[in-house]
Write a protein of this length. Structure first.
Length: 726
């Protein structure tokens, strides 16, 4: 939260003008006394900032008039510099107003110190960062700026560096060399002495480590740690992205050795411990390019006319045990990362593509959710436990879809029955308030050198949805089963996947945005889901489909992992977890262990320990998503090199104070029209209108407007595409 709120007490002060003198004097004495008590409270623990609510409780202020008086006193004391305002809290001047926070260096001139999600960020000029970088944890001395009416900061100590290595390209001159850093929030280049250049050449993309930054020096000094290669080459750029987002290039040797030591054969005694599903009809359905198969589905007709449907998930935790190097590495990585031309896996290949992958025609260990269902999707019985399975067939989505559309081919009857039940499950979900976003995704076809030669839309058909619906069912039912387990009247510890309600303000803004295209969105809490689903149907196939659906997704809250069973708004599930992808997600491994723990009737586990793991997994998931987007952006820029000089149609996808973002209709690639390049008028961003407006002719550009642009330039290193408005 970065906007400094206006003084709330202005109106209250105005109301007191007509107060009789005697009352004024009495109120003044009370206020003086209250001010003294307030300062005593703050001085008692000078290092501890207190919120308005905390102060009211400590000072035992219950009446509205008392709270109003305190608000006036706080404003005045901050204004006079007698106490410090730290975010939304107040602190004794004796503390020096020092707080710990993380640097968010938004641009070369200034940044913010982020204290917590609840507290207001502290504005800080670059000159007061005192050699701190973006992401560093720092101790900050705060002061109130009466002119700008805000709290500002100055770094007095760097508590912890976020990183010491940075990526950029090397520029060599006759007397010195610099690494011109490429991070969006890294605003200093690094001086490299000639004897620390290794074999790097002018223009090479390199990793540089900062060795020192003396107080009198304008730039830090460093040395070349690694030469990635020539800028613009595929391996160089992908390795740059991996380094930028701290993705591992390989597994530690001891982890690989541990994986290699695991025997291929499944011991007979292990099979005896499990339910044997090897004679059930079982198959996997996955993308054509998939190498690891997390999940398989089995189907069997029962004597009572119902169907036994098994959702079988790779039993990763049988192989990856606690207190091993494999476990430690999996927890650290938390997720596999899918870049455009490669996967950075969570587990070594022997496990991810071998022992744990539910490959066809081999016995595999699984953890299964088995349901006795009728053809309406109603569940009559369920069972969870460890199994051994044997997949009869590996289907691609295209092969499964062919059987759905034609009714012909091997296992066509089984696939069509599963598809019919999946449709019932889907319909029930939407009737309960689930939201459907069917945004069109594009994938690149790459040549042997990794160069993009074609953009192909990923169209989700019934085969994709069939698999998804049964995975959702298993995730939901596992979460519900564990939630019902109680210990001392409370639910036992579990890892959930939760999704909060959308922010009302964001929803209102989105409704206004959709209205510009002629669509109506009902923002009443009980109507949002139905309204969003109707919008999805209405925009399907329209030029504005992608831009509207992307804006709708941004309106929604972000899903996360937690031990709190808060429900999943988007899926309309009261309880939901991730059980179905343990090869690529660490939270699923945690869920497998917890489920087995409670199946064995054991006591609840340490909630704090699992909450910490959940938080780490959520953070790593965000990092993976950002890295994946960066790799897509790089390939988009590379792909658009062929279009430089060409006029193309597009839709405005964003407006900012420095430019207009446009998404091209033909390629779905996004680029920027810089305001400085628009010569027909002087344009600026109007925050209230959420539009770029011309000063002289009042021409307005808003999100959703269709425009024609010229592809002006591409920059692979910066991953940018520049347009010119036509």
């Amino acid at each position: 939260m970065r906007k400094t709120s206006k003084n709330k007490s202005q109106g209250k002060r105005a109301n007191k003008k007509g107060m009789p003198n005697r009352k004024k004097a009495k109120r003044k004495n009370i206020n003086n006394q209250l001010a003294q008590e307030l300062i005593k409270v703050l001085n008692a623990e000078p290092e501890k900032p207190l919120s308005f609510r905390q102060l009211c409780r400590i000072l035992q202020l219950k009446k509205k008039a008392q709270k109003n008086a305190l608000e006036l006193i706080l404003d005045k004391l901050v204004e006079n510099g007698e106490i410090d305002s730290v975010g939304r809290k107040y602190q004794s001047k004796e503390s020096g107003g020092k707080v710990i926070g993380v640097v968010d260096h938004v641009n070369p001139k200034f940044g913010y110190i982020v204290i917590s999600e609840e507290e207001q960020d502290i504005w800080i000029s670059t000159s007061n960062l005192n050699r701190a970088f973006d992401g560093d944890t720092v101790e900050v001395k705060t002061h109130y700026n009466p002119t700008r009416r805000r709290t500002e900061g100055e770094v007095v100590k760097i508590v912890k560096r976020a990183k010491e290595e940075f990526i950029g390209h090397l520029e060599i001159s006759a007397r010195f060399a610099f690494v011109v850093t490429m991070g969006r929030k890294m605003h200093q280049d690094i001086f490299i002495p000639k004897h620390h250049m290794q074999d790097a050449k002018h223009g090479d993309k390199v990793i540089a480590k900062i060795t020192e930054w003396r107080e009198k020096d304008k730039n830090p000094t460093g040395k070349i740690e690694k030469v990635l290669g020539k800028a613009g080459e595929n391996e160089t750029e992908i390795h740059s992205i991996m380094f930028e987002y701290d993705l591992p290039f390989k597994f530690p040797e001891e982890v690989e050795q541990e994986a290699e030591a695991i025997p291929e054969e499944i011991p007979a005694e292990e099979i005896k411990k499990r339910k044997d599903f090897r004679k059930r009809t079982t198959f996997t359905i996955d993308p054509l390019t998939a190498k690891d198969f997390d999940d398989a589905i089995s189907i069997r007709k029962m004597n009572n006319g119902q169907w036994e449907i098994g959702v079988h998930i790779a039993d990763v935790t049988h192989y990856v045990r606690p207190n091993t190097q494999l476990e430690e590495e999996a927890q650290k990585r938390a997720t596999s990362v899918y870049l455009v031309d490669r996967t950075v896996p969570m587990l070594p290949e022997k496990l991810s593509n071998g022992l744990c992958s539910l490959n066809p025609h081999v016995d595999r260990l699984a953890f299964s959710a088995v349901f006795n269902m009728d053809e309406t999707g109603k569940i009559h019985k369920q069972w969870f436990g460890r199994t051994v399975i044997h997949s009869d067939r590996r289907f691609t989505y295209e092969e499964a879809q062919e059987r759905i559309e034609t009714g012909e081919g091997d296992y066509a009857t089984e696939i069509n029955l599963l598809n019919d039940i999946a449709k019932e499950l889907r319909q029930q979900r939407f009737q309960n308030g689930a939201i459907s976003f069917e945004s069109v995704e594009l994938r690149f076809e790459l040549d042997e050198d990794g160069k993009p030669i074609k953009l192909v839309p990923r169209i989700r058909k019934d085969a994709h949805k069939l698999v998804e619906d049964f995975m959702l069912l298993a995730n939901k039912r596992v979460a519900e089963y564990v939630f019902r387990k109680k210990e001392n009247g409370k639910p036992v510890t579990m890892v959930y996947r939760t999704h909060d309600l959308p922010d009302p303000e964001k929803l209102s803004n989105f409704a206004l945005f959709a209205k510009r295209f002629g669509y109506t969105v009902n923002v009443e809490e009980n109507s949002v889901a139905a309204s969003m689903n109707q919008l999805t149907e209405e925009v399907e196939g329209k030029p504005e489909q992608n831009i509207i659906e992307q804006q709708a997704i941004r309106t929604m809250a972000k899903a996360k992992y937690t031990t709190e069973a808060d429900g999943h708004y988007g899926l309309a599930f009261k309880h939901y977890t991730h059980f179905t992808s343990p090869i690529r997600r660490y939270p699923d491994m945690m869920v497998h262990r917890l489920l087995q723990h409670y199946l064995d009737k054991k006591k609840s586990v340490d909630r704090i320990l699992y909450e910490d793991k959940c938080q780490h997994s959520s953070e790593m998931e965000k990092k993976a998503a950002t890295a994946e987007r960066a790799s897509i952006k790089y390939k988009q820029v590379e792909f658009m090199q062929e279009y430089v000089g060409r006029a193309m149609e597009g839709v405005i996808s964003g407006v900012t104070e420095w430019g207009i973002f446009v998404e091209l209709e033909e390629t779905r690639c996004e680029g920027l029209v810089r305001l400085s390049s628009m010569g027909d008028d002087y344009y600026s961003y109007d925050e209230e209108k959420m539009a770029v407006v011309g000063e002289r002719y009042k021409q307005e550009y808003r999100i959703g407007d269709r425009v024609k642009v010229l592809v002006k330039d591409t920059n692979i290193e910066k991953r940018t595409i520049d347009f010119e408005m036509l």
